[in-house]
Write a protein that binds this ligand. Structure first.
Ligand code: FAD
Length: 396
């Protein structure tokens, strides 16, 4: 990127966040409405999809320009942007890099503008950490794929227009080799979404029942039966998305997006309000959390293995929530809501457990680090070369 372009992009980004965005968002209420208005404004300002080709609705710039946007937008992005986390942060980069031309032309622009919201149809009742055991199947019928099966824990499925889907296309191949990645249009007959209620009281995720849903033949990401490689590519984006790199919400904004640990300043304020700021044990916890936040800032600046980022975020999230629990609610999560503060801290206490699971559990992150970063021997696997259809049903 040349110096002139850099200056003009810098000006555009600063004008957008300093003037345009406050103007367009002023007076807009409701999480979904604010999310849509923010994303459309970003797109209209020519700042969505910085490193996507112009013919797909992007800006056609390089990764230096993208890095500049990331740097200048840090801390200024509205928390409602989390609604687009799966589309913008995970699915669209993989579709851009590996999708067919027909697919890209059909979905990328709407995704970048926030007209479509995306969800991720990976996990199944019998396939979570062992994702390659998934049994939702897709078969080609003329110009369409027909898909049937059940997915679970699907965040945002109840308000999504598109889904990134993993389905089995060759049951005769070993389990990792007979999977294909698709984009599935969610608003069609044959898809039933049932929200699951979490202990926070919210319904962030859903069960999705798929009964002969249809996908255009070309809406394949990567090659047919090469879906495992695509799944791994997407998971790398996901772990960045759910790791320290995702923590770019505006400071002081109390976001219920499930991804951001309680800011240390809020814990200091809570300790002060509860008259505990002089308590040596509380001070020790605050110092530990402050150090953790600084380490996360450092990791974010340096770039790090996504699994390390995710593990740090989880650790920070749980540590902060535990301290809030100690300070606020002697009975732990069995609180009585007295104020907005109580409701927010209660949410964090109950929600932080899920941070260890979504995007791959802590144990799986450690396995990944051991095998891929440290080069330790791989976990033993008895079923790697066995055709999927010959696996015992308990192993599927
Ligand atoms: C908030 C949230 C949002 C989510 N959103 C989505 C979504 O949008 N789309 C989607 O597809 N999924 C989603 N998930 C599901 C998530 O990806 C799975 O919960 C996760 O992969 C774990 O799978 P599982 O729940 O089946 O647990 P299991 O895989 O059954 O694991 C149970 C326990 O065994 C441990 N374990 C399993 N295998 C190993 C191993 N090899 N070595 C060591 N320990 C092991 C695990 O760490 C865990 O403690 C979401 C989950 C949460 C909590």
């Amino acid at each position: 990127m040349c110096a002139v372009l850099q200056t003009s992009l810098t000006d555009r980004i600063n004008t957008f966040f300093g003037t345009t965005l406050p103007d367009v968002l002023g007076g807009v209420d409701g999480r979904m409405q604010r999310a849509k208005v923010w994303r459309a404004a970003l797109f209209d300002a020519g700042l969505a999809g910085i490193d996507y080709p112009t013919e797909l609705g992007g800006q056609g710039l390089d990764d230096k320009a993208q890095a500049l946007y990331t740097e200048l937008s840090a801390g200024r992005i509205p928390p409602e942007n989390a609604i687009f986390g799966i589309g913008i942060g995970m699915a669209l980069p993989v579709v851009r890099d590996h999708g067919s031309e027909v697919l890209k032309a059909a979905v990328v622009r709407n995704g970048l503008r926030g007209d479509d919201i995306w969800c991720q149809l990976y996990s199944e009742p019998g396939a979570g950490s062992d994702l390659a055991s998934l049994s939702t199947k897709a078969t080609l019928d003329g110009d369409e794929w027909i898909v049937s099966g059940q997915k679970v824990w699907t965040s945002g499925a109840d308000h999504s227009q598109q889904a990134i889907l993993l389905a089995r296309t060759d049951p005769n191949a070993p389990k990792h080799r007979g999977i294909t990645m698709f984009v599935l249009p969610m608003e069609q007959q044959g898809i039933a979404v049932r929200p699951l209620r979490q202990m926070t009281g919210e319904s962030e995720f859903n069960e999705v029942f798929i009964d002969e849903a249809r996908i255009p033949k070309e809406w394949v990401v990567g090659d047919v039966n090469d879906g495992w490689r695509m799944a791994v590519a997407l998971l790398a984006h996901e772990r960045v998305q759910t790791g320290v790199a995702s923590m770019t919400g505006a400071p002081g904004t109390r976001s219920r997006n499930g991804r951001v640990p309680i800011p240390v300043q809020d814990l200091i304020d809570l300790a002060r309000n509860k008259g505990q700021l002089g308590n040596a044990l509380v001070r020790q916890d605050l110092a530990r959390l402050h150090t953790g936040a600084e380490i996360m800032r450092y990791l974010r600046e340096q770039g790090t293995h996504p699994s390390i980022g995710k593990l740090w975020r989880t650790r920070q999230g749980r540590g902060g929530a535990e301290l809030a629990g100690t300070l606020s609610f002697p009975a732990g999560p069995a609180w009585v809501e007295g104020s907005i503060d109580d409701a927010w801290f209660s949410f964090q206490i109950l929600n932080c457990r899920g941070m260890s699971l979504g995007g791959g559990t802590d144990e799986i992150q450690r396995n990944t680090l051991g095998e891929r970063a440290l080069g330790l021997p791989r976990e033993p696997s008895m079923d790697k070369n066995v055709p999927f259809r010959d696996l015992k049903s308990s192993a599927r």
